[in-house]
Ligand binder design. Structure first.
Ligand SMILES: NC(=O)c1ccc[n+]([C@@H]2O[C@H](COP(=O)([O-])OP(=O)(O)OC[C@H]3O[C@@H](n4cnc5c(N)ncnc54)[C@H](O)[C@@H]3O)[C@@H](O)[C@H]2O)c1
Length: 350
């Protein structure tokens, strides 16, 4: 007897790495970054209706594996993501991810997607969306300290969304900077490779730190940061892993995603539990001020929150039918008679 054919509900659209890359090129990377930033901003506007919890993290000596769930009441989503700073030396990615959406009414999955590429895109789109609210209005120059996997995405999002035209790059490994220079060549940004972090941040309106190290690092110290800049600090995203000297935090107005998560994982883990912060969704909805003066240092202490992944998955799902860039996976056992799961199994016996 042959196995019964799966029902329509058994099939879950799956976006592979190959199809995700095709999707980015079909839409165009800058348009996709703009689209993701809009989706994320829309969801920050309806922040209060989401289920929110700090991500569930399993720490080990070498890194962390995390689950990031949320729901807007109609759709549930989660991302699986790791962070292993030592992976690069082994020829592996520091961050890899995949994610899922399901309908809340039945609990059936409706999308499974690669999220390694999508995380880089959503992180960059979030940074640029936030910078559009907080950075100096005429910001044109950005420094990027840490020229690894995230760096080009950050550069292009800041170009597409905030109008950045000049990049100043620094990494402790010059090969990383060479790689970023090569990848961004011809994409409409003027590029300078710098030999120290001080040189990179000279004349920068926005400073992005995206380094990977499992320790309290001082990528920026207080004397390096001048008045009026916007700092986009995304590399410190785990307990015991930060990038900025605490004195910078004391001089800055700090903006964060979700306090219960960022107080554990962000730059502000170095500060007392009542250190004042502003929640970004309140700036976006106009209930809290963003930048209030030209001399103010604004700091996005970005750790990455589940709602950003939800928005990104929602964006991908909205492009499935028009692009056809997915495969159907036979993923949900869905017998015709819902009580007869065993019968379905028996009928599949060869
Ligand atoms: N906030 C978020 O939402 C989010 C999302 C994705 C990744 N991240 C984090 O961003 C960081 C970067 O991720 P990635 O995928 O680009 O990692 P990566 O390993 O590909 O690149 C990190 C780069 O930082 C460089 N570096 C390390 N220490 C440095 C220092 N002291 N000064 C200058 N450069 C230094 C390394 O040489 C490397 O080129 C990681 O810590 C990752 O966990 C955060």
């Amino acid at each position: 007897m042959s196995a019964p054919a799966p029902s329509d509900l058994a099939f879950v659209p799956f976006v592979s790495v190959e199809n995700m890359m095709k999707l980015v090129h079909r839409i165009g990377i800058e348009d996709m970054l703009r689209g993701l930033a809009s989706a994320i901003e829309e969801d920050f506007r309806r922040w209060e209706l989401f289920d929110k919890t700090p991500r569930i993290a399993s720490h080990s000596r070498d890194g962390v594996i995390e689950l990031m769930p949320t729901s807007d009441g109609q759709v549930y989503g989660f991302k699986y993501v790791n962070g292993h700073p030592g992976n690069m030396k082994e020829g592996l990615q520091t961050v890899t991810a995949f994610g899922l959406l399901a309908t809340v009414d039945t609990g059936y999955p409706v999308l499974l997607s690669e999220m390694t590429v999508l995380t880089a895109l959503r992180t960059a789109a979030t940074s640029a969306m936030v910078a559009r609210h907080l950075a100096p209005r005429d910001a044109r120059t950005m420094a990027i300290i840490g020229n690894g996997a995230q760096s080009e995405f950050q550069a292009l999002a800041m170009k597409a969304i905030c109008g950045i035209t000049h990049l100043r790059l620094f990494d402790i490994d010059p090969r990383a900077t060479e790689k970023t220079m090569r990848n961004l060549d011809g994409l409409g940004l003027s590029l300078s490779a710098c030999s120290t972090p001080e040189e990179a941040i000279e004349s920068a309106d926005i400073i992005t730190t995206c380094t990977a190290d499992k320790q309290y690092a001082n990528i920026l110290t207080d004397n390096m940061v001048g008045a009026g800049v916007h700092i986009n600090a995304i590399g410190g995203d785990c307990p015991g892993k930060t990038e900025l000297h605490r004195d910078i935090l004391s001089r800055s107005t700090v903006f964060i995603e979700y306090p219960p998560q960022t107080r554990i994982e962000g730059e502000i883990q170095q500060m007392p539990a009542d250190f004042p912060v502003t929640e970004l969704w309140q700036v976006i909805t106009g209930t809290a001020p963003g930048r209030t003066s030209d001399s103010q240092i604004t700091l996005f202490d970005g750790v990455g929150f589940a709602i950003e992944d939800f928005s990104a998955l929602r964006f991908v799902r909205d492009h499935l039918q028009s692009t056809g860039l997915f495969q159907n996976l036979d993923m949900v056992a869905d017998p015709d008679d819902p009580r007869d799961l065993f019968g379905m199994l028996q009928r599949a016996r060869i």
